[in-house]
Design a protein. Structure first.
Length: 361
């Protein structure tokens, strides 16, 4: 821990030293510029040095006072009235000091070079150039600050996006972990019912179940799977349910045989099918009806499933608010923001879900 602290301290010291060097270089450049601009006065070139020696300290004081006191204390704190008032006082004080310095410099120059005409020294230009240097230095500082603030904002935005992405991935894993037990619980119940009846259809159910488990355990670890594989998984699930409800189920399925390598989030459609069987068939004493279709066009798809409702059931809350549908809604928000449209239509005798989705190839 001590080495780490020492490293940070040394790094801060190096940064401060580099900043001091940059500031010193800036003012050296200013001095050179100031001298060469006004050294054209061949009558008494030493006047430029005298004015520079007197005026540049004023420029330095004004620059640092505004940049490191007025701007942080008032402008950054959005106290604009006080900032402009104190800035005006500061600039007026700087102008007053400048002319005072010019006045005494002229007295010194005329005392030593009485033959020089003061007008050829152009002291007013030297004062104007002083203010130009002050404003230029302030502008450099504030532009640099704005640049670094924007960089910090961009870095914070990148970190925020990374954090959100990690949270989304964690939530997706949690949602998938909820889907798997929920699905397996229902399917094993189906298998248990057939084995208790000693049905000859039990081996077929085991085969379909093994394909579903293979899909869930080994092919659903990717963010996207082929839509063709997702449809095959739905068909396996439907075949299992058809075996269980063969005497009380009327089902019409229309799934495409070719999906052109479209990809979809794994297990996204299964909760809709589960929901249809759970609420549309198991709770219906008569013959239940389910219709399901999936259509693709270019890179979009539309999935629709509708099931009949037991007319004796008056409550409509459990059907549309189960854990399966709630999970799939959350996954859609995370995986396909603004790229999906989910319509749930619950009527007296039927319940339907239509999902329109923009997919990827």
């Amino acid at each position: 821990m001590t080495d780490r602290v020492q490293y940070i301290v040394n790094k801060i010291i190096r940064m401060k030293n580099i900043r001091i060097i940059y500031h010193a270089l800036f003012w050296i450049v200013v001095v050179l510029f100031y001298f060469f601009v006004f050294s054209w006065n061949s009558a008494f070139r030493a006047a430029t040095i005298i004015f520079s020696a007197g005026l540049l300290p004023v420029a330095i004081l004004l620059t640092y006072f505004i940049n490191y006191f007025l701007v942080p204390r008032f402008l950054w704190e959005k106290r604009y009235g006080l900032f402009f008032l104190f800035s005006l006082y500061t600039l007026l004080t700087g102008v007053w000091l400048s002319f005072l310095i010019v006045f005494y410099a002229l007295l010194y120059i005329l005392k030593n070079k009485a033959t020089i005409d003061p007008s050829v020294l152009h002291p007013e230009l030297q004062v104007i150039s002083l203010n130009f240097i002050v404003f230029f230095a302030i502008a450099v500082k504030q532009v640099k600050r704005a640049f670094f603030i924007q960089q910090e904002k961009n870095e914070l935005e990148r970190k925020k996006l990374k954090t959100e992405l990690k949270l989304k991935e964690a939530e997706l894993k949690l949602l998938k972990a909820q889907i798997h037990p929920h699905f397996l619980f229902n399917t094993l119940n189906n298998l248990y019912g057939l084995t208790m009846e000693k049905s000859d259809e039990a081996p077929g159910l085991v085969l379909h179940l093994s394909e579903i488990l293979d899909y869930i355990l080994y092919r659903c670890n990717e963010k996207r799977v082929l839509l063709f594989d997702e449809i095959a998984n739905l068909q396996n699930y439907i075949e299992i349910e058809k075996l269980r409800y063969s005497q009380k189920l009327s089902i019409d399925i229309d799934f495409p045989e070719e999906t052109n390598n479209l990809q979809i989030a794994p297990l996204l459609l299964l909760p809709f099918v589960e929901n249809a069987f759970k609420h549309g068939v198991s709770q219906n004493p008569g013959v239940a009806r389910i219709t399901a279709s999936l259509k693709t066009r270019h890179t979009s798809m539309e999935f629709r499933i509708e099931n009949s409702i037991n007319p004796a059931k008056t409550s409509k809350n459990n059907h549309s608010k189960g854990i399966g549908l709630q999970n799939v809604k959350k996954r859609l928000e995370l995986l396909y923001p603004q790229k999906y449209k989910l319509e749930i239509d619950e009527k007296e005798a039927t319940f339907s879900v239509t999902l329109s989705l923009q997919l990827a190839e």
